[in-house]
Design a protein around this ligand. Structure first.
Ligand code: 16G
Ligand code: ZN
Length: 533
């Protein structure tokens, strides 16, 4: 059993002086350093499947919004969630074994300590984004899977959320699941969300054209396929930044991350005032909206604006359907604009949970609600429904035609939403539906509340691991004394708020600030940055 691993692993040697870590979104780095890591992730994926009695595990090769030279790899657990946290350490352990012998020893140690029955057939599915380095990394992955006799299916190029969807579909086909999540094909994905969208738009004003910037990534061909499935009459989408055959253009001056951090239109977007625009990121799991105001001012509708829109719509639908016992709530991170949090609690009257950065934290917290809406300000998010919510929505008997119609919409909404993970394509359709129902343009949506001026800065420090936080990253406990200094600065500004946390994806500390006036928010960020260096 072990010699095929050694033989296969010799083709994917570890670079000597590198230490790897499974971070917030898997392993991510320059693609030329990733070959051995992906091979070893393949070994772990097979073990994970065996540990879970042969359930299907997903492996996605992508580096999301990073530069074209980077790539990354992450594992998807059976219900389409991120890999269980305790296994991240096993991934790191395999990735850092210095040579083949050590790798096999660590692999076997996992088998014995986790009591894995290696005669259980393993099943893994994989996909990649459009990066040039993708195909070679797939070879590293499939070499590993072959060496341990795992069965695998390569789905080629997909968005990250499409792979999460497929994993969930494949693992819900059999009892105890009463119904599969959907058809386990790419086509099945378009069918599920596309028909839910069409249903929700019945009898509603047809949305006008929308311009979508696809970051020159995988979102472009997939959004085209989705749009073709739905049809131009009800989904009139103009796709820009779709140059997937020019890999160097990926995420360059475009995409959700560019728009959110630069707070301006991607240069390729030529749009008229008040027209709806949206951007996806490089693997289509993040979405932000924006528009140019009548005077040309750029207005961003970020993840917080999407969360508030979705939460208010679901609350209304649940109520209109005559359902009284489902708890709707919102999950945010410390980066959520203070105005959005105030709007959710005071205007919408909904509870808010704040978690540390990273989808897995938000997702987990959202499962505490029946309808848990979670979004990071950067545009990553979705809605998760509890078991009780699914059952109630499926079985509730309406008492009037109005209730019946709301209930139909609620059922279609559940189909439209990709519960497995934040999904830019599904979220895009979701926002389009809500705006059509509310008969809102981007300006009406934007005017629900006004963001507090804010500033995010990246600070290079000697050792970012020295920064330890508590209270969902809103307070520093180490280095000693720094939080007290931040508190005294914050106290000097009207509606001031600021925090510093170590980045999970870059070697830096991030400082975020908010205040009543733009100049003050900027000054506060600068002063806090001075305190942390
Ligand atoms: C990762 C996270 C994203 C988070 C970002 C923060 C996932 C799938 N992705 O990209 O949610 O916003 O990291 O980066 O969890 P930072 O730690 O460098 O600020
Ligand atoms: Zn992404």
């Amino acid at each position: 059993m072990t010699s095929p691993i050694i033989e296969a692993s010799q083709k994917h040697p570890k670079p000597e002086d590198k230490t790897f870590g499974y971070g917030t979104a898997g392993f991510r780095m320059k693609a030329n350093l990733l070959d051995s890591v992906v091979f070893r992730v393949g070994l772990l994926a097979a073990l994970r499947s065996q540990k879970l009695n042969g359930k299907t595990i997903g492996v996605m090769i992508t580096a999301s919004h990073n530069v074209p030279e980077d790539n990354g790899v992450k594992l998807v657990d059976p219900m389409g969630e991120m890999l269980e946290a305790s296994w991240e350490a096993y991934a790191t352990s395999l990735a850092n074994a210095q040579n083949e012998e050590e790798l096999v020893a660590r692999y076997e140690h996992l088998i014995s300590s986790l009591k894995i029955n290696t005669s259980t057939p393993a099943h893994v599915i994989l996909a990649k984004d459009t990066r040039e380095s993708g195909p070679a990394l797939v070879t590293a992955l499939t070499d590993a899977l072959t060496s341990v006799g795992a069965k695998y299916d390569d789905y080629g190029i997909l968005t990250t959320p499409q792979l999460h969807y497929l994993v969930r579909c494949l693992n819900t086909q059999h009892p105890p699941h009463t119904e599969p999540y959907g058809e386990p094909t790419e086509e099945g994905y378009y069918k599920k969300i596309g028909s839910a969208y069409a249903k929700l738009l019945q009898g509603k004003p047809r949305p006008g054209p929308i311009t979508v910037d696809c970051a020159n990534g995988v979102g472009a061909p997939k959004l085209k396929a989705l749009a073709e499935y739905i049809g131009k009459e009800i989904f009139d989408v103009k796709i820009v930044n779709d140059l997937v055959d020019q890999p160097s253009k990926l995420n360059y001056q475009c995409g959700a991350d560019f728009v959110k951090t630069q707070q301006r239109l991607p240069p390729a977007s030529q749009v008229s005032p008040l027209a709806r625009c949206a951007s996806l990121d490089g693997d289509a799991d993040r979405l932000v909206y924006y528009f140019a105001d009548s005077d040309g001012t750029f207005r961003l509708l970020d993840g917080d604006k999407i969360a508030t829109l979705v939460a208010s719509f679901i609350t209304d639908l649940v109520k209109s359907a005559g359902i009284s016992d489902l708890k709707v709530g919102v999950v945010q991170t410390a980066y959520a604009n203070g105005s959005s949090t105030a709007y959710i609690t005071k205007t919408l009257g909904l509870p808010v949970i704040c978690t540390p950065t990273g989808v897995k934290h938000l997702h987990h917290a959202a499962t505490k609600f029946d309808c848990g809406v979670y979004f990071e300000a950067n545009g990553h998010g979705t809605v998760v429904f509890s078991h009780a919510a699914h059952t109630t929505i499926a079985s509730h008997s309406p008492e009037s035609p109005a209730q019946a119609s709301a209930l139909e919409n609620l059922r279609a909404l559940v189909d439209l939403i990709n519960e497995a993970v934040g999904d830019a394509l599904s979220d895009l359709l979701l926002v389009e539906v809500i705006l059509a129902h509310k008969r809102w343009g981007p300006k009406e949506w934007d005017s629900t509340y006004t963001d507090l001026p804010n500033r995010l800065v990246r600070v290079e420090v000697k050792d970012r691991t020295a920064f330890k936080t508590t209270d969902a990253e809103r307070k520093l406990v180490e280095p000693a004394g720094v939080q007290e200094k931040i508190d005294s600065l914050v106290g000097k500004y009207k509606q001031g708020r600021a925090f510093a946390r170590a980045s999970g994806t870059e070697d830096a500390v991030r400082v975020y600030s908010e205040a009543a006036e733009r100049g003050e928010a900027e000054e506060l960020a600068r002063l806090v940055a001075d305190v942390v260096v």
